[in-house]
Ligand binder design. Structure first.
Ligand code: TLP
Length: 350
């Protein structure tokens, strides 16, 4: 029996959010200038706002989170150094080996299934003074942690990791693509959460709904050096105030991420209570829901079946699907998800 798919329910990522009417209006009315000459007033305003929000000296606008992360690594390190980071971190796992290709550094990966490496593992990984060893140049952390299922990393845990690095004079970069989700989930102001990190990247184009853009924040000196590296990476932009204007609106959406977290709880309950014994909830945190499917046909089969009934999600590995909530979804979409999932299994999963 074919199901009429009235509306696609896109749970692949919070990156699928589209700019709303208010954002588009702000974009149309934005004052602009040439940002390579640092003459775009809207970009400047956004950078000022971002720095203030995280209590850092300065900020720099980037087209994407990946470019901002890579520019941060490039700015903190010297080729031939070693960077310590989680085996499941976005910078290591999803950034096309940029560490090696762009910065010429070696990755020293540590277990981070729970969202963050152990401070003791970091301590052991930091290189000592030995003629055979590379120099440890940087520690990278991530909050919320994508591949562990959107886990928010507690303030004290971040602090403990940063302290180990600081003792050895090693800078810390935080991939805070979803730092405002972490802040809401932990009920800790964002500036306090990132206090011990030297540089922080956060994204406007995920749950906050902007069409593109990320900010890198840190000291004035660091940001000036990062500006040159952004140019090197091809990220020197011109009249980009039209995009920064959307970013300023996006920053006002921070509290609304709470709605995404609530929808994720509802989605998780549906999955947890689902009567098929092969299907269950692996975990839920912030706006992430991880569905576990242990049936013999595999999670790829379920991903395909869901797509056929208009539910899009991403397979994370053999038995897990990743479903993210975001601002373009409402409660009715979660109800529709439940109906469509029911339909797949009541048809015997054929
Ligand atoms: N994450 C995307 C994909 O790249 C996997 C997603 O759909 O979750 N850091 C973290 C923690 C991220 O989750 C992402 C995007 C980035 C950096 C990169 O941001 P963009 O996509 O702007 O380059």
């Amino acid at each position: 029996m074919a199901i009429a798919v009235e509306e696609i329910i896109d749970l692949r990522s919070d990156t699928v959010t589209r700019p709303d009417a208010g954002m588009r209006k702000a974009m149309a009315e934005a004052e602009v200038g040439d940002d390579v000459y640092q003459e775009d007033p809207t970009v400047k305003e956004l950078e000022k706002r971002a720095a203030k929000l995280l209590d850092k000296e300065a900020a720099l606008f980037f087209p994407s989170g990946t470019m901002a992360n890579q520019a941060a690594v490039l700015t903190h390190t010297t080729p031939g150094e070693e960077v310590i980071l989680g085996a499941d971190s976005h910078i290591f796992y999803y950034e096309v080996a940029g560490l090696a290709k762009l910065s010429g550094v070696q990755a020293r990966i540590l277990p981070d299934e729970e969202g963050c490496p152990e401070p003791e593992d970091i301590r052991e990984a930091i290189r000592g003074d030995n003629i055979h060893f590379p120099v440890t140049g940087l520690l990278c952390l991530e909050n919320t942690h994508n591949r562990s299922g959107g886990l928010p990393v507690a303030k004290n845990r971040l602090r403990a990791c940063c302290e180990v690095a600081r003792e050895k004079g090693i800078p810390v970069h935080l991939d805070g693509a979803r730092i405002f989700n972490a802040s809401l989930a932990l009920d800790v102001p964002p500036a306090e959460l990132v206090k011990d990190c030297d540089s922080i990247m956060f994204c406007l184009s995920k749950g906050l709904g902007a069409p593109m853009g990320s900010l890198l924040t840190g000291s004035k000196d660091f940001i000036e050096r990062a500006r040159k590296n952004r140019k090197l990476l091809g990220g020197g932009l011109r009249q980009v105030g039209v995009i920064a204007a959307a970013g300023l609106v996006a920053l006002e959406n921070r509290e609304e991420l709470q709605k995404d977290h609530q929808l994720a709880v509802k989605l998780a309950e549906i999955i947890r209570d689902f009567p098929d014994e092969d299907l269950g909830l692996a975990n839920q945190a912030t706006n992430f829901v991880m569905l576990e499917y242990t049936g013999s046909k595999g999670a790829g089969w379920l991903e395909q079946k869901l797509a056929e009934v208009g539910v899009l999600c991403n397979k994370l590995h053999d038995s897990k699907l990743r479903l993210l909530t975001h601002r373009d979804l409402e409660e009715k979409h979660i109800d529709q998800f439940a109906e469509r999932l029911d339909n797949i299994f009541s048809r015997g999963g054929e």
